[in-house]
Design a protein around this ligand. Structure first.
Ligand code: AMP
Length: 224
């Protein structure tokens, strides 16, 4: 089959609190892509009292991953939706090797390219500081940091005007466990994609605009 799709398909990988959500959302806005955040999809299911709500929240609250079959099923539905025609900015998936294999199979089936894989990172102490100060909109999922990227109006989301909250799994003890899970399950996924021609390692310990500009200049200056 000849692939003619010109839309961007971008993955964001990195440890908890490294900025995947922030940059995935910003690039989706800049490039008019569908922003998919698996963490937000799962939290929404919990909020709505979905039949999977209890199984999901018990994992999230402890900093464990939800089972592969569950998240793969959810992602297959999302990737089959109409919005996907815009291209996507995917954050929070894949987090395990079985998930990466499922995504690779879908890429082949749908004839997409994964154009860019931004592996975002910062020093662990900076990340923990950031996570403790992180707040998220209850409605649209927009992420802010009360220290270096606060909403304009205190506890109200700039994007949709709803209230913000602090995620219950954004506390030091659970974050420590999320790091262990990341090392065990997700670091091999980073290794898996590290030889991809669109793989870039981006430092996110500085101002938000700086890393975003770096990503956009990679995309805009790409002559592949
Ligand atoms: P995030 O908002 O990306 O930090 O995700 C929050 C939590 O949702 C994670 O700690 C996991 O419990 C769960 N989660 C999100 N994405 C995945 C995934 N791809 N596989 C398994 N669990 C996930």
């Amino acid at each position: 089959m000849v692939c003619t799709d010109q839309k961007y398909h971008i993955l964001f990988l990195g440890p908890p609190g490294s900025g995947k959500g922030t940059y995935a959302e910003r690039l989706a806005g800049e490039l008019d892509l569908y922003h998919i955040a698996t963490g937000d999809i799962l939290r929404e299911k919990v909020e709505k009292g979905d039949e999977l709500a209890e199984a999901i929240s018990s994992r999230i609250d402890k900093g464990e991953l939800v089972p592969d079959e569950m998240i793969i099923g959810i992602l297959k539905d999302v990737l089959s939706s109409e919005e996907i025609l815009k291209g996507f900015s995917l954050d929070g998936f894949p987090r395990t090797m079985p998930q990466a294999k499922m995504l690779d199979a879908m890429v082949e089936e749908f004839c997409w390219d994964i154009d860019y894989i931004f592996y975002v990172w910062a020093e662990k102490d900076k990340i923990i500081e950031r996570i403790v100060n992180r707040v998220q909109c209850e409605n649209c999922g927009a992420v802010y940091n009360m220290e270096d990227n606060p909403p304009q109006n205190d506890s109200i989301c700039d994007v949709c005007g709803h209230k913000m909250h602090h995620r219950p799994d954004d506390n030091k003890k659970v974050v420590q466990h999320r790091f262990e899970v990341y090392e065990r399950d997700t670091a091999p996924v980073v290794e898996h994609y590290s030889s991809h021609p669109g793989f870039f390692k981006i430092y996110t310990g500085g101002p938000v605009g700086l890393a975003e500009a770096e990503m956009l200049s990679i995309i805009q200056g790409d002559s592949r």
